[in-house]
Ligand binder design. Structure first.
Ligand SMILES: [Cu+2]
Length: 192
């Protein structure tokens, strides 16, 4: 059946984790069914209400610690799969200081820069006047990374360009009459 073929998958650096959605749903359904059968056919207790309540509260405590343990375990086993470079201790191959102003970009003092592909680049983005939006577009015109350029703050944007080509920087914040002119270029070349 089609729904059984649907699978959630995560992959990170060659390792992959696959959970079949159909099997997962089926498993949960069977558990609910077994629970319903147990509730319907379990012998009625002759214990006084207070004693039953005491037992239920005890079970709830065990259940709470069990769920907590499962969630904490799940958190630490899945954290290495997080795709964001800022959570990894990788040193950037190149640091680019970006200053936005009305109405131009300066990247290490230039309007056009050349960066290597497949290397982590750190953009340290700020503004010398008003808020701007530092947006990087790939050669197909798709936005691939962005951060705010704010006066008095330096926002770090870490990005790895995987495909060489002519990338464009455009302003994402309407910052004045010549906002549309705020463009710059990033030339991504194959690294050796
Ligand atoms: Cu702007």
């Amino acid at each position: 059946m089609e729904w059984q073929k649907r699978a959630f998958s995560m992959s990170y650096q060659g390792t992959s984790l696959q959970v079949d959605a159909g099997l997962l749903v089926l498993g949960v359904d069977i558990l609910i069914l077994l629970l319903a059968i147990y509730v319907a056919f379990a012998p009625k207790s002759t214990l006084p209400k207070e004693e039953i309540a005491h037992k239920v509260y005890g079970a709830r405590k065990v259940y709470f610690f069990f769920i907590s343990a499962v969630l904490i375990l799940a958190l630490f086993t899945t954290l290495p799969f997080t795709p964001y470079p800022q959570f990894k201790k990788i040193k950037p191959a190149l640091v680019v200081r970006v200053i936005g102003r009305q109405w131009a970009w300066s990247m290490n003092g230039l309007n056009t820069i050349t960066v290597p592909a497949d290397k982590l680049i750190e953009f340290q983005v700020t503004s010398s006047d008003v808020n701007h939006g530092f947006g990087i577009y790939n050669p197909q015109g798709e936005l691939v990374a962005q951060t705010q350029a704010m006066p008095g703050f330096v926002n770090k944007l870490k990005y790895t360009f995987h495909k060489p080509g002519e990338y464009k920087v455009l302003c994402l914040e309407l910052c004045g009459v010549a906002h549309y002119m705020m463009a710059a270029n990033i030339e991504v070349i194959q690294s050796k």
